[in-house]
Design a protein around this ligand. Sequence first.
Ligand code: ZN
Length: 89
Amino acid sequence: MVIHEYAGIRTELPDRECPHCGKVLDAWLAPPETGWGVILICNNNSCPHYLGSETDILHKRDDSHLGCRYAENPDNGFKPVNVLAVCPH
Ligand SMILES: [Zn+2]
């Protein structure tokens, strides 16, 4: 089980594995503008989904190194979502 605590709110989420790399997803509080709340995200910097996404983003600046991490939204039946993140490489 993954436990996320923020501002006194405790969220318990089931262990979910990333379908791309098999790593257990981490709980993460999404930015308020997404309206998602706590979601599960793959924080593996070697995840093929993450590494492969960097060239797929349209209109991104060449030096921005943005990628999409794989994530699932528990409030939406664990529907897969993409979270924009900065690639470390
Ligand atoms: Zn992954």
